[in-house]
Design a binder for this molecule. Structure first.
Ligand code: NAD
Length: 416
């Protein structure tokens, strides 16, 4: 096998554990560990100072056996082809676990959006869209927001694509503003899915969310929504940290007031309804549930031994290193893996794509009810697989995903 960078290497380690148990044949193993298509483009942009800067962009379509590629676009100085490929692979497994008719894709542009004007970001988005336009479309590849891209970026993306094809195409991206074909409930969908999988896990482990204590790393879209919804179910959010600091209250933090504080100060630090909490102390808190909802590689060999929670629900993508995952498993901690726990976002993206193609839009209640059904089905399938093969939930989620993609690959047969 070719040399791999660290992020894709971590994905391969997770894949291997499940593929061995499935006794996956060599040919399928090869097919499912190679990206179908990796596109590299150069995007020249005239900057506000009149000079031209060339940005490198990627779009990886990892696997499209189950349907069009699906996955976000990231704007970040640290974007690499290795990372985009790993994220595209994770999208493949996430869509398969959620039983969505999508493959996996991901995009990224090496840039620092914090140093760019709105006009420069718009120009970059339009040029990047134009450079990959032959590869995308509602039946081919449907992007969405990711780190540092948002509803506005999706609006520019959709407009550029529509101008090229000569008609308005809403279904080419998801995560759009609701006014132009976005779905109600999309913004809260990932956090809602985290709450649903936490609730189902607690039920399986024999405790109730009512009165359960929770620690959350990251209080953005995923962490903030998950904390609010868990609190509404009677859970007690005792600790929260983010990029700048943390806050602790043994009696429970008022999540509504904390969200208002973050809206104003961009951090949970300094919140009057609790005492300061050091970032690393979050992991050792005596809580029932721990939710990493910030970045990758946060639960490591250095802190996994201190984790007291009996349930970890991965809101973020890749928050636990493979070594830390083994440590948690040996200690009997129940870990709901990212490709199951944070699948609520792509599930409602799927609902958005369906609504756009029908030109008929659902109420928020309908969206949330359908999300509830999908998440519970996915959770049950993974739990049953974990019990059947006597493996942890991460390996079980991979078994479910690989099995679904492999089965359809066999049915379709080999083209030429
Ligand atoms: P966000 O930008 O809204 O929030 C990120 C949060 O993490 C913020 O509170 C930020 O302060 C905090 N953070 C940043 N650096 C940190 C650090 N070093 N230590 C502690 N906290 C830190 O992002 P989000 O959309 O909530 O995404 C969070 C994670 O969930 C990411 O891994 C993302 O890929 C994943 N995810 C998001 C979605 C979605 O729909 N938004 C879907 C699936 C997965």
């Amino acid at each position: 096998m070719a040399e791999h960078g660290t992020v894709f290497g971590a994905m391969l380690q997770e894949f291997e554990g499940a593929a061995r148990i499935l006794n996956l044949d060599k040919g399928l193993w090869q097919m499912l560990t190679h990206p179908k298509r990796q596109i590299i483009v150069s995007c020249p942009v005239q900057m506000d100072n009149g000079e031209i800067e060339v940005f490198t962009g990627y779009r990886v379509q990892y696997n499209i056996t189950l349907g069009p590629a699906k996955g976000g676009i990231r704007y970040h100085p640290g974007v690499t082809l290795d990372e985009v490929t790993a994220l595209a692979a994770w999208m493949t497994w996430k869509c398969a676990v959620a039983q969505l008719p999508f493959g996996g894709g991901k995009g990224g542009v090496i840039c620092d959006p914090t140093k760019m004007s709105r006009r420069e970001l718009e120009a970059l988005t339009r040029r990047y869209t134009a450079e990959i336009i032959d590869a995308i479309g509602p039946d081919k590849d449907v992007p969405a927001p990711d780190v540092n891209t948002n509803e506005q970026v999706m609006a520019w993306f959709s407009d550029t694509y529509s101008m090229h094809v000569g008609h308005t195409s809403t279904a080419v991206v998801t995560g759009k503003p609701v006014e132009m074909g976005g779905s109600l409930g999309r913004r809260e969908a990932t956090g809602r899915g985290v709450m649903i999988t936490a609730r189902e896990s607690a039920r399986h482990l024999g405790f109730s969310l009512e009165g359960a204590t929770v620690a959350v790393q990251g209080f953005g879209n995923v962490g903030g929504t998950a904390a609010s919804l868990l609190s509404a179910q009677g859970a007690i959010i005792v600790g929260v940290t983010d990029w700048k600091g943390g806050v602790y209250n043994a009696k429970g933090l008022d999540t509504r007031a904390l969200l208002a504080h973050v809206a104003q100060h961009k951090t949970v630090a300094g919140f009057a309804g609790g005492e300061p909490l050091a970032a690393d102390d979050l992991f050792g808190l005596p809580v029932d549930i721990l939710i990493p909802a910030a970045l990758e590689n946060q639960i490591t060999e250095a802190n996994a031994g201190r984790i007291q929670a009996k349930l970890v629900v991965e809101g973020a993508n890749g928050p636990t290193t493979p070594a830390a995952n083994r440590m948690l498993h040996e200690r009997g901690v129940f870990v709901v893996p990212d490709i199951l726990a944070n699948g609520g976002g792509v599930t409602v993206s799927y609902f958005e794509w369906v609504q756009d193609r029908h030109g008929y839009f659902w109420s928020e209640k309908e969206v949330n009810e359908r999300l509830e059904t999908k998440m519970v089905q996915a959770f049950d399938a993974v739990l049953q697989t974990a019990q059947r093969y006597k493996v942890d939930m991460r390996t079980a989620a991979y078994i479910v995903a690989i099995n679904r993609v492999a089965t359809v690959t066999r049915m379709r047969g080999m083209y030429a």
